[in-house]
Design a protein around this ligand. Structure first.
Ligand SMILES: Nc1ncnc2c1ncn2[C@@H]1O[C@H](COP(=O)(O)OP(=O)(O)OP(=O)(O)O)[C@@H](O)[C@H]1O
Length: 236
């Protein structure tokens, strides 16, 4: 269980994250949505240890994360993907996955994970020869190879067409069923988020303005009037 309590982050005069508290349960799939600049990436960077909060605390299964580096957090079970791809371009798909397996202390990644994300026939291809969608899927499999307790995905469906996005959603549902980890998913594709997630947290100007099931979020007047408007009606 990941717990955030009163987490804030300022960059000079900009308060990017304001007094954010929430609990992410084991096995939960949580969506994080909000307009550009709402603070979503900053929040993920705070959890993964790339940024240090101005105030607030975080714990993972009761272990205080304050003062722990991104590497230490990864070892504790916090994995992530990035908005901009970070695969090792000249390494093969298999080598990319092995790097993460090695970092996780050789914990086995089920071959089923590689299959679910459609990479089984591409293991020997250099990562930079893969399509953009495959590179995104490779990043997720690499994250899973760390055997994380929490896997945070920063815009996993970005640049994917509708069919690819649906396939990705099915693979992530598989992760929810088979891998013992929570997913924390940022995306601007609301249909994808609403279909995938058990619960959704909505950020606006750094603060949580709503939290609930997809149904609750689509009906929440604050969410509708603040910034989702008709888009929310369209996917409800
Ligand atoms: N390193 C930084 N230095 C200064 N300001 C920053 C920095 N990182 C983020 N910000 C500011 O913090 C606020 C939140 O940004 P953030 O990137 O977290 O939002 P976001 O919700 O992820 O947006 P997007 O959907 O566009 O990715 C913005 O006002 C942004 O300009």
């Amino acid at each position: 269980m990941l717990e955030l309590s009163g987490v804030s982050k300022s960059f000079g005069g900009v308060q990017a994250v304001r007094d954010v508290s929430f609990v992410l349960e084991t096995g939960e799939v949580r969506g994080l949505i909000g307009p550009n600049g709402a603070g979503k990436s900053t929040l993920v960077n705070l959890i993964s240890g790339l940024l240090v909060p101005t105030t607030g605390t975080m714990t993972l299964d009761g272990t205080l994360l304050t003062g722990k580096t991104a590497h230490q957090r990864a070892r504790l079970g916090i994995a992530r993907t990035f908005q901009n791809l970070r695969v090792f371009p000249s390494l093969s798909v298999e080598q990319n996955i092995d790097v993460a397996r090695y970092a996780a202390g050789s914990a086995a990644l089920p071959d089923a994970a590689i299959q679910e994300f459609g990479l089984q026939d591409k293991l020997t291809s250099p990562a930079n020869a893969l399509s953009y969608g495959d590179q995104r899927r490779l990043e997720i499999v690499r994250g899973l190879a760390l055997r994380p307790k929490v896997l945070m995905l920063d815009e996993p469906a970005a640049g994917m067409n509708e069919e690819e996005t649906e396939t990705l959603g099915r693979a992530l549902k598989w992760v929810q069923r088979e891998a013992d980890c929570a997913l924390f998913v940022i995306d601007h594709d609301l249909k994808f988020i609403m279909t995938l997630c058990d619960r959704i947290t909505v950020l606006d100007m750094g603060a949580i303005i709503a939290e609930g099931s997809p149904q609750e979020i689509t009906k929440n007047p604050k969410v509708i009037s603040a910034y989702l408007g008709e888009e929310v009606d369209a996917v409800a």
